[in-house]
Ligand binder design. Structure first.
Ligand SMILES: NC(=O)N[C@@H](CC(=O)O)C(=O)O
Ligand SMILES: [Zn+2]
Ligand SMILES: [Zn+2]
Length: 349
């Protein structure tokens, strides 16, 4: 077997990213724009992006924050609340402002306090989205206090997702940042209108990375990393060649001080070395031939968007990940901080 030392793939997209706003936006957006041609931008600002006007304004701020020489298109999402208007969603989608709508169960994660308290209040919205083919993106965790945090994704499938899929059988659903074998099984058993994104961190780490030998706040994100058997199921799904799985980094920068804190924020900043991080997993699995579909084809095909024309070339060469990154005045600790990765992004066309 020959050893692959260089890989050129169609330019990929990131189907789930937090670019934040203000100074941090200007400090992080170029990392995403350098690697990815498009990105699905999460709307969980404070206040969240809940209508077309605020999405247009946020899209303009993102475009202004990306260096002009980079070819990058932000794809905007609408944050669903209990009072979302189906017409607003449909008009935003028809006019090309919204690519998808995002469901955060209320208080599930960072900036989700205005999220949905009961998904059945959204029936009219979900029905309209099904009709027009607009994807629903879901942070799939229950928030009930009696449910253990390590079980919140599994219980969400049982209590909520199964009913949503049954009631809206043609609705396009992306089960975002999945973390369990249960989610993989659910997605595999569902129809072609149900897909999932997988983050690099959930392919690399299990919950030991967070808790063994001291508490590691930079390995903490939501949904929280689970047992090794779940990580293995995610690696198998991502590298399987199934069209249902695609790249979504969930890069979610928080300042070093907000993470290294007695109540540390959830979120891992992986944008600077996202492709290098994913490719390490595919390489270790002997599945480099499946990488392009996961990174560059399955996402656009699911969203019914054209494939990118450009390419990115990665070379097998060691890169050192810095211990911190200055995001325009905010110090952020990146994923793999202080470690080295075996692949480097060399050329983007
Ligand atoms: N993933 C995270 O741990 N955090 C995200 C929110 C999210 O995607 O749930 C964030 O915005 O910080
Ligand atoms: Zn989330
Ligand atoms: Zn996210």
């Amino acid at each position: 077997m020959s050893v692959i030392s260089s890989l050129t793939i169609r330019r990929p997209d990131d189907w789930h990213v937090h670019l934040r706003d203000g100074d941090v936006l200007a400090g992080v957006a170029h990392y995403t724009a350098r690697q990815f041609a498009r990105a699905i931008v999460m709307p969980n600002l404070s206040p969240p992006v809940t209508d077309t006007a605020s999405a247009i304004a946020y899209r303009d701020r993102i475009k202004a924050a990306v260096p002009a020489e980079l070819d990058f298109t932000p794809l905007m999402t609408c944050y669903l609340t209990d009072s979302t208007d189906p017409d607003e969603i449909a008009q935003g989608y028809a006019s090309g402002v919204f690519t998808a709508a995002k469901l955060y169960p209320a208080n599930a994660t960072t900036n989700s306090a205005s999220g949905v308290s009961d998904i059945y209040k959204l029936s009219a919205v979900l029905g309209r989205m099904q009709e027009i083919g607009m994807p629903l993106l879901i942070h799939g965790e229950v928030t009930d206090h009696d449910v253990d945090i390590f079980d919140r994704e599994k219980v969400f499938i049982e209590r909520t997702l199964k009913r949503v899929v049954a009631d809206f059988p043609d609705l396009k659903i992306v089960f975002e940042h999945i973390t369990t074998a249960d989610a993989v099984e659910f997605v595999n058993q569902s129809g072609p209108n149900v897909a999932a994104t997988i983050t690099p961190q959930h392919l690399h780490i299990n919950r030991n990375a967070m808790l063994v030998g001291g508490i590691r706040p930079h390995a903490y994100c939501l949904p929280v990393a689970k047992r090794e058997l779940h990580r293995l199921a995610l690696v198998k799904a991502a590298t399987s060649g199934s069209k249902k799985y695609f790249l979504g980094t969930d890069s979610a920068p928080h300042s070093q001080s907000a993470k290294e804190n007695s109540c540390g924020c959830a979120g891992i900043f992986n944008a600077p070395y996202a492709l290098e991080s994913y490719l390490a997993v595919f390489d270790a699995e002997g599945a480099i031939d499946k990488f392009e579909a996961f990174a560059s084809e399955n996402g656009p095909n699911f969203y019914s968007l054209p494939l990118n024309k450009g390419t990115v070339t990665l070379t097998k060469r060691e890169v050192q990940v810095p211990s911190t990154i200055d995001a325009n005045g905010t110090t952020v600790v990146p994923f793999h901080a202080g470690d080295s990765l075996e692949w480097a992004v060399d050329r983007v066309t």
